[in-house]
Ligand binder design. Structure first.
Ligand SMILES: Nc1ncnc2c1ncn2[C@@H]1O[C@H](COP(=O)(O)OP(=O)(O)O)[C@@H](O)[C@H]1O
Ligand SMILES: [Mg+2]
Length: 437
């Protein structure tokens, strides 16, 4: 008996030591007096907690907004994935974060995670629906939800919103998707979307969030060696830049690749709207006036996009003519960029010079002296195309690239670009890069 009681006490004590309560700040919002402010809210998230009992106390928060609160859903999924238990502490007040949490349907956080057909069940009628995104069915549900909302809007807005939101949904579904580890039996962790329709202000806020790899890691698959998250987001909104590029010619099977964020951000500039893209510790703010960037002290694990829009009664734009305009603009921008690039680029095909089996080490050394070093001298980008090359041994690749990489140091990652290499060749080259930088 005594022994059992002692054991029980010990267990309770261990649990207590292992548990941590995170108090939501008194204000938990992305807006401070009408100015966007992300730092404080993001500072709440501790991404490092593992194997702990985590309680999130919402009763300490008197003023929140729905977009920010929805992030607690993703955060709890993250905690669970890290081996934590996660729960919320609520109060019974009519206002404040606890009440809003119930309105959102936050109580369904774990049922939604573990059951692919479950949705968040908020208060009977909610103008702030929270929707999990796991695949094409959820995609359709989300688009339906927008249509339901926007019956009251001008049609022009409905079309435009549908366009922008679909692009953002595709992105989070394709590029931001996240699978849980062993604690979550490898299930897919949904992304989330929250619409808030502030009828009296005629404003719409839309948040789309994931805890995936983030924009930098994704787009680096095609554009390696980016400095930081901001540079990655800036690249992502340029026309025809996509993390899915890199293999063969992407345009043969996907003619709209890399245009989603370019067109969406241009639409935002034309509306009375703002778009904030947060990924890692990078923040890009697109508004009708300008595009500004900021490095955040506190980062978000994956990617968040917040679109805020004020509806006017007589919008002056027409979506389809806007789209044509943006496509033309993109073509122009791209051809300018191509021209500028060819002035600053030395491109060569390995197959042209060395054949399908690129192994002549002497020839590689001569080529390097004659072309690669001079190109580096002129500060050109060296693009090495391995298309059609079947194999290439380490000694050849090293003769061709090791000393140029060494001379460039870390900037070699930016100044030497390898394209269309088979996985083995790619791996060997990565090794040479590592060895010489
Ligand atoms: N939620 C996200 N998570 C990770 N990467 C993203 C996300 N959204 C966008 N990206 C990155 O930005 C790039 C550009 O996006 P976009 O302009 O829509 O083109 P596309 O989707 O056709 O590649 C993507 O290819 C991807 O690398
Ligand atoms: Mg896209």
């Amino acid at each position: 008996m005594d022994k059992n009681a002692a054991l029980w006490n010990l267990k309770k004590q261990l649990e207590k030591q292992n548990s941590v309560t995170l108090n939501l700040p008194n204000r938990f919002s992305f807006k401070e007096h009408d100015v966007f402010e992300f730092e404080e809210a993001l500072g709440f998230f501790d991404w490092s907690l593992k194997d702990r009992q985590v309680k999130i106390d919402l009763s300490t928060c008197k003023s929140a907004n729905y977009q920010t609160l929805s992030l607690l859903v993703l955060y709890q999924w993250h905690l669970k994935n890290q081996g934590c238990t996660a729960s919320v502490i609520l109060d019974n007040e009519e206002q404040g974060a606890s009440a809003m949490w119930k309105t959102l349907g936050g109580l369904g956080t774990f049922p939604v995670l573990f059951n692919p057909n479950q949705t968040f069940v908020g208060r009977a009628f909610s103008s702030k629906p929270l929707i999990p995104l796991r695949g094409s069915d959820d995609f359709k549900k989300t688009i339906n939800e927008i249509e339901k909302f926007s019956e009251e809007f001008n049609v022009k807005y409905t079309e435009t919103l549908r366009y922008v939101v679909s692009e953002l949904l595709y992105n989070t579904l394709e590029h931001g998707k996240k699978f849980g580890g062993s604690h979550l039996r490898n299930i897919r962790i949904p992304s989330i979307i929250n619409f808030s329709w502030y009828e009296s202000r005629r404003a719409i806020h839309i948040l789309i969030g994931d805890i995936g790899v983030g924009i930098k890691s994704h787009i680096e698959q095609a554009y390696p060696g980016l400095e930081n998250d901001i540079e990655a987001i800036q690249l992502a909104i340029k026309p025809q830049k996509s993390g899915t590029f890199g293999k063969a010619d992407p345009y043969t099977d996907k003619n709209n690749a890399g245009m989603g964020l370019y067109i969406s951000s241009n639409i935002i500039k034309r509306l009375n709207a703002d778009m904030h893209i947060i990924s890692g510790n990078g923040l890009l703010h697109i508004s009708p006036r300008d595009i500004t960037e900021r490095t955040l002290k506190n980062s978000w694990l994956g990617t968040l996009v917040l679109v805020t829009l004020n509806l006017e009664d007589e919008p002056t734009f027409v979506l389809h003519s806007l789209m044509q305009e943006f496509r033309d603009l993109a073509k122009q921008e791209q051809s300018n960029a191509d021209q500028a690039e060819s002035d600053h680029k030395f491109y060569f095909s390995v197959e042209d010079y060395f054949g399908k089996y690129a192994e002549d080490k002497e020839a590689a050394i001569k080529f390097k002296e004659k072309y690669i070093f001079p190109a580096i001298q002129e500060e050109k980008l060296v693009v090495v195309d391995f298309n059609f090359v079947v194999s290439s041994p380490h000694s050849f690749l090293s003769a061709l690239l090791a000393s140029p990489i060494k001379r460039l140091g870390m900037s070699a990652y930016k100044k030497i670009k390898i394209i269309n290499a088979s996985p083995e060749i790619r791996e060997t080259i990565d090794f040479i890069f590592d060895d010489n930088t």
